[in-house]
Design a protein around this ligand. Sequence first.
Ligand SMILES: C[S@@+](CC[C@H](N)C(=O)[O-])C[C@H]1O[C@@H](n2cnc3c(N)ncnc32)[C@H](O)[C@@H]1O
Length: 215
Amino acid sequence: MIGEIHGEGGSPGERFWEEHYRAYTRPSNGRPSGALVRFAGPLPEGTALDLGCAQGDDAVWLARRGWRVVAVDVSGTVLARAARNAEAAGVSDLIDFQRHDLASTFPDGRFDLVSALFLHSPVEFPRTRVLQAAARAVAPGGLLLIVEHASVAPWSWDDPDKAFPTPEQSLDALDLDPARWHSEFVGAPEREATGPNGQSATVTDNVIALRRLAR
Ligand SMILES: C[S@@+](CC[C@H](N)C(=O)[O-])C[C@H]1O[C@@H](n2cnc3c(N)ncnc32)[C@H](O)[C@@H]1O
């Protein structure tokens, strides 16, 4: 079920992603992100916030491991699809799907895990401000996990010559108080990615995993 709908709707971000998901109807592969498995896999279950959840693969993976998840996206179409995927996996009761345009509203609460995995948008999006709100939503002792593109996949809408920040530059942009965070991993690993038509390529991601100190 989609529990809450926030914001007026009809923003450029919502229009873009609604159109995208209405046209792009291919089911997801149901697999969680590798970075999520790597960093959340060893953690005990708790509360999680997944920003830009798309078809819900990461939220379902967390819920299957006992996490209670708030999963957010701007597109009602993809949230409905994600809610159906959660129902098919038998974990609907553990996932609260909320529609937010994160440019204007943000879910309430503090969470043991806050993930923003490829939270990119080709339309205007105050990404740094949203990631700073994500950091504020991490409970003491909790983990902030940010994964972003650091190279252009051949099937991407991005300019192939686009220059990307290093993970350290992305982290600096968040302007977090270093006395309150422990860096678990800040790096740019490569991974084998699969495109929308099944094609594959080696891509680079910036991965930032930070633990909020418990004081
Ligand atoms: C590139 S996709 C990544 C999806 C997924 N997290 C993953 O790792 O595959 C970005 C997602 O963020 C969502 N999104 C983009 N702009 C948003 C906004 N302003 N508010 C909330 N979600 C947004 C999109 O609808 C889309 O599902």
